[in-house]
Design a protein around this ligand. Structure first.
Ligand code: NAP
Length: 456
């Protein structure tokens, strides 16, 4: 592991090969029968215990995550807390979801059971490692599946600790397996393994599409949480005191490495100059710093390589004719110079068809696009291959609902920049993904429905 703040080797982690994945999948397959025998009340207790252990270890886990990803410790703590909440939430769901009895025409009783799918291969990205691992592991285990989790090769540390804590909690060996390794080796081996019945993948659209092709061979169940290029629509009647800081934070949290980043900021032309002025002022006041410093607002990017990719988009935007209003430079202050830091950037005068307005940059870059009418705002928002998230800012509730209905996306927020809630479904349309995570909706994706008919 390279520390993104120092650029130095920090620790090393084994990388699984194809045989290691096979051993993990075999272990998960053998543990299926044991896990199915654990009754619903005991399964609930075990997941609650795991939630408690995660919460007890919040300092250690947050420090690991912050150092591994370069994210501010404040954000890392919130994400560990979310992971613990997630185990609690799905522990509570275990004895509340079940099948149905259905009034069929034939004489008899039709009923359904929800059954576990089997071994689930879970593949996570590097931007929110422990949170996204928990989003997958918790509902999968809750519904009686066993799992093999492959964290991103850059960020395996909290996932490995989570695996240890599962054993401490008393979850039987083999039920939750964590196998770090390279995507093209361990990831592909997991997706290809014949004993894996379901794959849940979070990552880029390009790899997601490849995962779907591989999984097609055995008709594996697949859910995909992929990239985004979400729009934030601000109408002239919006409360700008709230909309401006939220517009900033709905891109710059986690240094912009967020699939939900509302990085296309669509502003009604009459308020465009005022909005841009306030946004720029607040952007320039953001505090870049060491991830371990509680005052830090923007940490490091994941790696120097990733920062180079983001920097290429800064150069591309200028070549395309957008105006770089602020940011985009590499800090030269001695405490930050070795890290993968980048000053958050704002581009104005962006046209919707520019590449910086179409491609996921996955870094701290906002693209401002003016619009004149509601219809034009909707048309620009939908002019994207993606459809993950987005926001609408207006005091007019009719307009808010009308626009929300018209926007092609999986998740939306009105008058806030935040739309990820543990209890509500989350996921994308178009090339942003397939299926939903979180809420009770995800439980459908970790169960098969068996339909039984009893004749009278
Ligand atoms: P990525 O390169 O697609 O990698 C995601 C995971 O897939 C990693 O564990 C990776 O392993 C593994 N992988 C790579 N190639 C694979 C293959 N051929 N077969 C199976 N697994 C493979 O994505 P990332 O760079 O880690 O994450 C950033 C992307 O994730 C962005 O596009 C972001 O929008 C998206 N994301 C989406 C959501 C959502 O909920 N919609 C949430 C977070 C992130 P390695 O680490 O070894 O490459």
């Amino acid at each position: 592991m390279i520390d993104p703040v120092t650029g130095q080797l920090w620790t090393t982690v084994a990388a699984a090969g194809v045989e290691d994945i096979d051993r993990a999948v075999q272990a998960a397959d053998q543990a299926r029968a044991t896990w199915r025998r654990v009754n619903s009340r005991d399964r609930t207790r075990l997941l609650l215990k795991l939630a408690d252990l995660v919460r007890d270890q919040i300092d250690v886990l947050a420090q690991l995550e912050s150092r591994n990803v370069g994210k501010p410790i404040r954000e890392a703590r919130e994400e560990v807390e979310l992971a613990a909440d997630c185990f609690e939430y799905y522990a509570g769901a275990i004895n509340k979801v079940g099948g149905q009895t259905i009034p069929v025409a034939a004489a008899g009783t039709s009923l359904t059971w929800r059954e576990p799918i089997g071994v689930c291969g879970l593949i996570a990205p590097w931007n929110f490692p422990i949170a996204i691992a928990a989003w997958k592991v918790a509902p999968a285990l809750a519904m009686g599946n066993t799992v093999v989790l492959k964290p991103a090769s850059q960020t395996p540390l909290t996932a490995l600790r989570l695996g240890e804590l599962a054993l401490v909690a008393g979850i039987p060996p083999g039920v939750m397996n964590v196998v770090p390794g390279k995507g093209q080796v361990a990831g592909e081996a997991l997706v290809n393994h014949p004993l894996v019945r379901k794959v849940s993948f979070t990552g880029s659209t390009a790899v997601g599409s490849q995962v779907m092709r591989l999984a097609a061979e055995d008709i594996k169940r697949v859910s995909l949480e992929l990239g985004g290029k979400s729009a934030n629509l601000v109408f002239a009647d919006a409360d700008l005191d709230k909309a401006v800081p939220k517009a900033l934070w709905s891109v710059f949290s986690n240094a912009g490495q967020d699939c939900c980043a509302r990085s296309r900021l669509l502003i009604e032309r009459s308020i465009y100059p005022d909005f841009l002025g306030r946004l720029t002022e607040q952007c320039q006041a953001l505090k870049l710093g060491l991830p371990s410093d509680p005052q830090t607002e923007i940490g490091s990017l994941i790696s120097q390589h990733h920062r180079d990719l983001v920097r290429q988009y800064i150069e591309l935007g200028q070549q395309e004719g957008a105006t770089l209003v602020c940011g985009g430079e590499i800090p030269t202050t001695p405490s930050l110079a070795q890290g993968a830091y980048l000053y958050p950037a704002i581009f104005a005068d962006v046209r919707p068809q520019m590449r910086i307005a179409q491609e996921e940059i996955f870094g701290p870059v906002i693209c401002l696009i003016p619009f004149d009418t509601e219809a034009e705002a909707i048309q620009i928002a939908n002019h994207s291959l993606y459809g993950l998230s987005g926001s609408i800012w207006t005091q007019d509730i009719s307009r808010a609902l009308r626009v929300a209905r018209a926007i092609e996306t999986g998740v939306l927020s009105i008058n806030t920049g935040h739309s990820v809630h543990l209890e509500a479904p989350f996921g994308g349309v178009k090339r942003s993904g397939l299926g939903r995570e979180l809420g009770l909706a995800v439980l459908d994706q970790y169960t098969e429905i068996k339909s039984i008919f009893i004749a009278e």
